[in-house]
Design a protein around this ligand. Sequence first.
Ligand SMILES: *[C@@H]1O[C@H](CO)[C@@H](O)[C@H](O)[C@H]1NC(C)=O
Ligand SMILES: *[C@@H]1O[C@H](CO)[C@@H](O)[C@H](O)[C@H]1NC(C)=O
Ligand SMILES: *[C@@H]1O[C@H](CO)[C@@H](O)[C@H](O)[C@H]1NC(C)=O
Length: 776
Amino acid sequence: MCVRRYLIVFVLLTILLQSLFNLSHCGEVCDPDKELCGEEEETDSWWESPDRRSPAEMIEQEISKCTLLINMGRHLEAIGLLTSLIQVHPGFFQPYVARGSAYALEKYFDEALADMTRAIELNPTYVDSWIRRGQIRAAMGNTEGSIADLKQARIISEVEKSTGNTETMLSLEYGQYEYSKKNFSGAVSIFKNALANSKEDSTLNKMVRYHLAKTYLELGEIYKAKSLLDIVLKLDPNFLPALSEMGQVMKEFNRFKEADRYFISVIDLASERPEDTLINQKQVLLMTHLRIARFRHWAGELALTVESTKAAIDDHTGPALIEMSYYLGGAYHGLGEFHQALSGYERGLSESPTHFIYYLNEVCKQHQIYFDTPLTDYYWDALFSPQFKECYGMRRDTDECLPKSYVPLPLSTVASLNLKNTLTPNQTELLTLAKRLGTKILYNTPGFVTNRKQIISSGLAMLQSAQVMHRIIKGESIRVTGKSSSHNRVPHSFGWRDFFDILVRWRQAVEPLDPVWWIDGLTPESFKKGYGTTTPLIIGDKKNIRYFPYFNSVFNLLKYLVPLQVKLDDEQVYRIITSKTLHEVHVAMGSDVSVLSPCFSSVSPGAVMDGSRISLYYSKEESGYMFEVSTSAVPPRWKLFNLELQSAFQNITYEGPGVVTRGDALSLSLTFAYYWFQFMPLSRGSAAIGVQTINSILLAFGYEYRAAIPKGIQIDWEAMVSSRPEDFMHSLSSWLKPEYLEELGYDLMTDIPNVEDSIASLRDMFSMVNSGMVLN
Ligand SMILES: *[C@@H]1O[C@H](CO)[C@@H](O)[C@H](O)[C@H]1NC(C)=O
Ligand SMILES: *[C@@H]1O[C@H](CO)[C@@H](O)[C@H](O)[C@H]1NC(C)=O
Ligand SMILES: *[C@@H]1O[C@H](CO)[C@@H](O)[C@H](O)[C@H]1NC(C)=O
């Protein structure tokens, strides 16, 4: 939030600065022969001055001089000169414009505002004064006033059919205004228009391109954003805001090294040239620190996150400091450096004691307390109250969510992880295998960032669950104590939920910043109300970069389901079936609409269960349509899916110890995963766990799929838009069919170490997923 405000001010000031280059144009606007620049010109006693220049001449020359000073950063000197000039010629508006601009650059906004207002009083037809006052008001937080000024400027400039430059600047301002209102497509059309009217190689042109790129990125149009940024950086390879934006683009393309390099270049360049337009650079720099922290963290590069965040955190204040402390603490936490993690979180909490970082602080203490406890002795979810899990999941402030009676966890004396400790030979062997298997779950789609820790943890999760399933398939009957079960806490035979408990445990341990919980372990109230996951495809103007590739499938499903589930007249039906856009559907409906995608039962043939809810509604906040898919895990739905998953699980285990064909292995694993994907029973992380499930069951049967997941395919979405397991299988068959399965070259039980024995505590889990990371 704070960062955004900084940025707007920064942009405004940049433009202000650039527009000063044009101050000398004033001479052209006001015809010096007519000496018309000031209304009070007749009372002006210029002839008493020893200076024999005409007032207009003198003003023009003095202002050129001052403009130069201002451009050199010598604002105060310019203010002094302009003040003298105003004393001699109080009736001319130009010195006020110039002095007001200098004040604004010094952040003396009240003085700046007074000068611009005076300039406007003296000459209400001079466009620049209106623009500048608009900018100053915006910087002061007066959006309404700013817009009024800009509108006035636009009216005048239309009347004057003024030079292209003013037009472009106006458009730049207007575009940013629409951007700030999240009217991104409006901003795009304004910027595009401005681009057509501005000179190719001007500074303004560069600014417009940059803003257009930024808007495209916001809209999810990453290819367009990239090609604009390419041009901007060709014109000016050191243009910091564009470098930072390019880092974001590379992040979306999952190009870690390039993204990191762009971000680092911003930091290096900014520190190399501290004297150069300091304010601007500082804001870009601060924003880039945050971007690096987020990016490195979510790529699982925690040691790098620590390095950059530690170096930069002292430069931040307010919400940005809190976010930096979230990533600093979070990185140490993920690395198992609990002491440092707690002091990292503490920095944020000292800024805002009720911030949701508080929950992480508690989670961190709990990790430390249980760090050496055998994993088979406890279940993670059960260590926290339902209320706590829910507050954390919703990231609510503690004072408005957590009961007053909450007792903070004690500090633990258990030693932190020592990253320098080496793995055991068995762990090392498992790690190598896990790294290879873990890449099988990666989506190759823009917007997904590869996370090195999650590759390892997925690989291990798949191996561990496959080893258990393999034993069951081979006829062993496995009982668990229930102590580490999320559901049935008494001794019982290993069931579908115990299978997922293994995967979920890895998912919970690998990323402390993600609140991953079973939804039936939250409070009964919210379980009944339907706590669930919501995934937007369209947010107002914006495309969700990750999921937009499935827009057409979901949109077609909507058009197919609306006439089946909503009472409509014939014309409405026709209009909906033939709609090409969300808007057309909304207009035809005359209201918001939502439908339930069907999920056919395998246990009770013919019965249909609720899959996901597809919703289209108008959002005032986003000033556009929201198009999203949500699932809610209410108890009745939970019961039905329990039966499907139980049956799919049993069908896997009933196969008997003989060789299972590739076709059967595939169909059993995909059916099991299909109902899981439709179910979505976790507060988050269900999708990745579903993909792991497919691999795990195939491994248990002795198979592995050869290729990686093809570009553009997201398995969870394929399941979501399929009404039956068979449709789901069919949708994947271009790359996942029996003949593409390979037999494993090893036996899961006898040829490789047992995961459960080799990785017996959280300490082991943390050391596995962090292997290769070094803290300096
Ligand atoms: C978005 O911006 C465009 C261009 O300025 C404007 O015509 C349109 O009315 C705006 N839409 C909204 C919802 O504000
Ligand atoms: C399990 O197998 C039985 C018998 O073939 C079948 O009727 C049932 O639908 C299968 N369950 C699932 C979830 O596919
Ligand atoms: C390592 O794994 C092998 C099986 O691959 C097993 O026989 C051995 O006992 C394990 N070693 C330790 C120390 O657990």
